[in-house]
Design a protein around this ligand. Sequence first.
Ligand code: R5P
Length: 303
Amino acid sequence: MSSKTTESGPLLLALPGAESLAAAIAAGCGGETAGVTTHRFPDGESLVRLESSVAGRHVVLTAYLHEPDAKLLPLLFAADTARELGATRVTLVAPYLPYMRQDMRFRPGEAVTSHTFAAVVSAHVDALLTIDPHLHRIASLDAIYPIRARALRAAPAMADWLRHEVPLPLLVGPDSESAQWVEGVAALVGAPWTVLDKQRFGDHDVAVAFREVPDWRGRTPVLLDDIVSTGRTLAAAARALIAAGAAAPLCVGVHALCNSDAEQALRAAGVTRLVTCDTVPHPTNAIPVAPLLAAALADLEAS
Ligand code: R5P
């Protein structure tokens, strides 16, 4: 088995596709990196192999978990293998934590997937680091993750980007739960902020309304949300802003889950630009999160 490890610092094992992220985090926290390779047998089952010895190491599995279903089993196989081969602890770094929006049974018979996903992951790793998980009806990750689970805020990184790119922003969240992200970023950039009221009627059918129309004069409206999926939430908000007399807004999102026509929907609604954090690889990524993750990992390592 190949190895490029020493006996100190965390060992970041990158799941397929997360190699650059693992390297950037390792560079920021004095860790080392190796890969996890996977092979799909003709029957559709997976072979998983850790490309480093892990005995005596703090192993940090680093994974992008958008489109999570096919990624989950290889991740769990890797976590169990690290434990079996002597890792002292196994941490999962997943900048986007999936399944957090299904935090209740909206209709009879639906699975509350945020709970099941949390239980499954928690049975296989000792700690979790993630960024701005969608916390709405669940107050904190501790409510559903029995392991040490830390939710980092992308707000400082987003505020940094805004400070350099948008001289006088007015931040707008498209719904009440976005207040937690919008307020944090607004405080850091010293900008006014407001949130809209949203109603969702279906995957592609969203309506928003103002509580009160803010004073736009001299300011660039910036729509800010945690997740961009179909883009319909931000598109509806952009239309409402423009109808209320604001200039065409730009949008800043944390997690670019963007489906194929999300960007087109935003353009059609008058959005000038979509910028996202790199928690999910996407052409709109402009705000790096590796420094946040590296600092949090260094803290965890020291504890
Ligand atoms: C929902 O509550 C989230 O905060 C986002 O507003 C939502 O997931 C965005 O989805 P979409 O882009 O499909 O409207």
